[in-house]
Ligand binder design. Sequence first.
Ligand code: C5P
Length: 239
Amino acid sequence: MSISPSDRIIVPLDVSSEAEAIALIEKLPQVTFWKVGLELFVSSGSHILTELKSREKQIFLDLKFHDIPNTIAGACAAAARYGVDLLTIHATCGKAGLQHAQSAMQTSADQSGFPAPKLIAISLLTSISARTLAFELKIPLELPEYALEMALLAQDSGLAGAVCSPQEVAQLRQTCGDDFVLVCPGVRPLWAEAGDQKRTLTPIAALQAGADYLVIGRPITASADPRGAFERICQELEG
Ligand code: C5P
């Protein structure tokens, strides 16, 4: 079944309380897919997930898990019990950890009656520069090559996809094939401010380059007219 443009836009709930999150959800009733990240989850707990499910929204639980295989598997199994749709884990957990997480998550989803979430790898945080990679993390690969290797490790470990920057999406789509789910933040319509996001692509360019889902925050949430901004992006994607 093909996904409509509006279902490809994931809006982050980048707020620190459940009340603020619910206010945002109610301000944007057309949004079907919401991202819950560390700030909201740590400050307000898991109840926001139940709230989103009761409103029949899709959930991207972006907690970027990173730990030993046993712990990561337990965390992914627990996340599957909320019925979330996408879930993130660092590719640097390694193959054993990724495989263990994937199978524990699948078992837990089967037991709880929800479809299994798609487990999505973080290849490299976009805040890590080429300089940091080389001189602090001591990784002797060029940044795009490293990000690609981590995505391939995730794919080889049975994960559903990866988060990637607009710069990497075309190459990852070409290398990892059509079934690998690519989630792309750092997306900006031409009429929106880039803010702290660098080397952005427009929503339509990111989809054309191969992204499946676009994480778009401030161009919508910080707009004077959030609903209008969301609709304008949907229209641009449909056009
Ligand atoms: O407001 P903006 O569109 O920049 O929000 C992007 C969202 O995507 C934020 O929640 C941010 O934490 C997240 N994100 C990102 N870059 C990544 C991974 C996630 O900007 N590599």
